[in-house]
Design a protein around this ligand. Structure first.
Ligand code: ZN
Ligand code: ZN
Length: 366
């Protein structure tokens, strides 16, 4: 891991401060922990960050007294660290730091009603404003250090699948195969999985988000394998569909359709393209085969410090791709009685198109 290039953490707070000014906010309370980590390097399980042009402060509890200071210092972020024993103490510290701010933004998509009321009382007379996903929007454009972490997570996942794929021939259970993938990823340096792997065989493959079971994987069955890992806080995400031996003409047709849709989606990805146009490009292929009703999810999503983040690549998305977006392209079809196929790549959006970060072969047959 020592060869990973540094990330530009201090610049993130600078950019956010400029965004707040544009939005007419004097301060922002960042409650969503992945956003706190993104802005400060702090990885604890509790804490809030007040971002304020006059000085930002990370408030957490005594469990993180040493860790918070060390991680913030290591990130280079210009943030004070304060410890409050209780939630009320922590709100007190936030309020003191926000004194003079007239309009304070909250991350309304994550703050609970109870927390909003408590903050409103404590921060009065400041007006609390629903600020939306300001930090999530900032997170979209990844710097080279971030892309390097996602790239490494993707290559670890590639290597893990390569190491275990032949085991499918010896009829493991779905759970055994999933565990094998996890062990291989962690052995290669991942800190954990980015989500619980999906290994769905035979009839289970018709369920897009099936959990691995004790079912044994047999010859001639479609097996959907969707998995990823975490490297230094950044996720990978990839799906391959495999079969031990010929799964038959119906399954092969599903597979060929999704392969073409995956390629069409990736080809549509470039800077300035509407996310819904990428979805439309993949979906057109599936529709043309009369399988539109079997493609029951969006074409993709952003990947970064969270496994699902902005932007969404779906028919209802209003986002446009920007340089540095890291997104998945993952068309799938699911037919009860036949099974399912999903083929997912993670790509980084560049001015010249989509650069793939997941590189495992896509062949159907083991
Ligand atoms: Zn996935
Ligand atoms: Zn995905």
């Amino acid at each position: 891991m020592t060869s990973l290039p540094p990330m530009e953490v201090p610049r993130r707070l600078e950019r956010l401060t400029a965004v707040l000014e544009e939005a007419g906010l004097d301060a922002l309370v960042v409650s969503h922990l992945p956003n706190v980590r993104y802005l400060t390097g702090f990885t604890g399980s509790a804490g809030m960050l007040l971002v304020h042009a006059g000085g930002s402060v990370l408030v957490t509890d005594g469990r993180y007294r040493d860790q918070a200071g060390e991680q913030v210092a290591a990130s280079g972020a210009v943030v004070d660290v304060a410890i409050g024993a209780t939630a009320a103490d922590q709100r007190e510290i936030l309020a003191a730091s926000a004194s003079g701010a007239a309009r304070v933004g909250l991350e309304d998509h994550v703050v609970t009603w109870a927390e909003q009321r408590a903050l409103s009382e404590r921060l009065a007379p400041a007006e609390l404003v629903a600020a939306g996903a300001l930090v999530e929007d900032l997170r979209r454009s990844k710097d080279p250090g971030e892309v390097a972490r996602i790239r490494l997570a993707c290559s670890i996942a590639d290597a893990a699948l390569d190491a275990v794929r032949s085991r499918l021939a010896s009829s493991p259970t779905e759970s055994e195969f999933a565990l094998g993938l996890e062990v291989e990823m962690r052995t290669r340096g991942a800190s954990g999985v980015s989500f619980d792997a999906i290994v769905a065989s035979g009839p289970n493959a018709a369920m897009p988000h099936a959990r691995p079971t004790d079912r044994r994987i047999e010859r001639g069955e479609l097996v959907v394998i969707d998995f990823g890992c975490i490297v230094d806080g950044y996720c990978s995400d990839m799906t391959r569909t495999l079969s031990v031996g010929d799964p038959g003409p119906d399954a092969r047709r599903l597979f060929e359709t999704v392969m073409t849709a995956n390629a069409a989606g990736r080809e549509a990805v470039t800077v300035g393209v509407e996310c819904r146009a990428v979805d439309a490009a993949a979906r057109a292929v599936v529709d043309a085969e009369g399988l539109g009703d079997a493609f029951v999810h969006g074409t993709g999503h952003g990947v970064g410090v969270e496994i699902h983040e902005a932007p969404r690549l779906a028919a209802t998305s209003r986002d446009t791709l920007i340089e540095g977006d890291v997104v998945t392209v993952e068309p799938g079809v699911y037919v009860t009685g036949v099974g399912g196929v999903r083929i997912e790549d993670t790509v980084v959006v560049t001015a010249s198109g989509a650069e793939p970060l997941t590189c495992s072969p896509k062949d159907l047959l083991l």
